[in-house]
Design a binder for this molecule. Structure first.
Ligand code: PLP
Length: 386
């Protein structure tokens, strides 16, 4: 970032590290040449490590929604019975996509701010014959992380495939696809992977490819079978966003250099710091204890404060971007993204901005106390993030 760039503390797109910017500015290259094949191999290996996956990882040129759509249409048929776990905007979107392509979608509503109870899920799945469960691992609109390992166990006990949206958490929280048997995982470039928008990733467990052979939902550009086919030649079926893939390699190198566990621990520390600061300011966190996201924190605004105004003030007075609420939560909550290349200096600058914005809106709070609480919390979490 240069001194005048806004600091992006929104839940994506995130700030670009210098190595990523440099890679983005490199020479254009042939997408069917050796350089591309090398990059694809490096990137799929790196993404596999990040996903804890031994199966195929497909790199698509699209935003995260493309990966979610591909994950649904490449494995399901029109008329399939699908259970959509919905506790926020992105959960709703998964259900909408499946419905658009002809699935018979049943919603399992989850109170926004809470995690799904895997027993509820199991009890809905048991008597019915669902082909798939759709679940967002990290619901960006509410700052909730779902207990995805338990969700996977319940889905499989109920005989269903699990399709998981990891768009706003891959690279920020543990994702252990093999261990937790996450069948299909969708992710995107502009969140914890510190890239501009434009690439999406789908991890597929080897065991579930059989379903793709009989899937009949219409798809072409985002057909994962077509994406898988030329992988052995180190190619993608269509012309991919080559420079973004070069930048992805740089981003994955940064993650490897820091260490995946250390990156996850840093996200945990930044999240704990943010949460502690909000509580020190007398604010209420939107997500319940036990399911709070380590990549985005959602916070209720104090009585009488409009979060749209708060977001505007923080941007105009501090050049820091935070987000408001979406849908029904507009005006009522604000969200701080702490994903990707995030450190304590950025968190503290954000806290200064929020404290000043709130003070301007009539809710005085002590920025120093917030920062002290943040530092204590980050220190308590320690380097291992435990
Ligand atoms: N899923 C989640 C959890 C998200 O946070 C987002 C974007 O914020 C998306 C899906 C959609 O991704 P995109 O806007 O890249 O299509």
């Amino acid at each position: 970032m240069t001194g005048s760039d806004p600091l992006l503390m929104i839940p994506g797109p995130t700030n670009l590290p210098p190595a990523v910017r440099e890679a983005l500015g490199g020479a254009s290259f042939y997408h069917r040449g050796e350089h591309m094949a090398d990059l694809l191999e490096r990137c799929t290996d790196g993404l596999r490590r990040l996903m804890g996956a031994s199966g195929d990882v497909l790199i698509l040129t699209s935003s995260g929604t493309g990966a979610v759509e591909a994950s649904i249409t490449s494995f399901l048929c029109p008329g399939d019975r699908v259970l959509s776990v919905e506790g926020g905007k992105f959960g709703e979107r998964m259900g909408e996509i499946a419905r658009t392509f002809g699935a018979e979608v049943t919603t399992l509503p989850v109170e926004p701010g809470r995690a799904v109870d895997p027993e509820d899920l199991a009890s809905v799945l048991a008597p019915a014959n669902f082909q798939a469960v759709l679940c967002v691992h990290n619901e960006t609109s509410t700052g909730v992380t779902q207990p995805i390992a338990e969700v996977a166990a319940a889905a499989h006990d109920g005989g269903a495939l699990l399709i998981t949206d990891c768009v706003s958490c891959l690279g920020g929280v543990p994702v252990r696809a093999d261990e937790w048997e996450l069948d299909v995982i969708a992710a995107g470039s502009q969140k914890c992977l510190m890239l501009p928008p434009g690439l999406a990733f789908v991890g597929v467990r080897e065991e579930v490819w059989g379903l793709a052979e009989t899937a009949t939902m219409p798809c072409y550009y985002l057909d994962l079978r077509r994406a898988r086919e030329p992988l052995h030649k180190g190619q993608t079926p269509w012309t991919p966003a080559t420079t973004l893939i070069a930048a992805l390699a740089a981003s994955l190198d940064l993650i490897e250099a820091e260490g995946i566990d250390a990156v996850i621990a840093r996200h945990r520390a930044m999240a704990e710091a943010t949460r502690a600061a909000m509580l020190a300011a007398g604010l209420r966190l939107f997500a319940r204890e036990g399911c709070r996201s380590d990549t985005v924190t959602a916070v209720h605004v104090p009585e009488g404060v409009d979060s749209v105004e708060l977001v505007r003030l923080v941007r105009e007075r501090h050049n820091v971007l935070i987000s408001g609420g979406q849908g029904d939560l507009k005006g009522h909550i604000f969200r701080i993204g702490h994903m990707g290349m995030v450190d304590m200096a950025q968190i503290e600058r954000t806290l200064q901005g929020v404290a000043d914005g709130l003070a301007n809106l009539g809710h005085g709070c002590d920025a120093n106390a917030m920062i002290d609480a943040a530092r204590d919390a980050a220190r308590r979490v320690g380097a291992d993030g435990s």
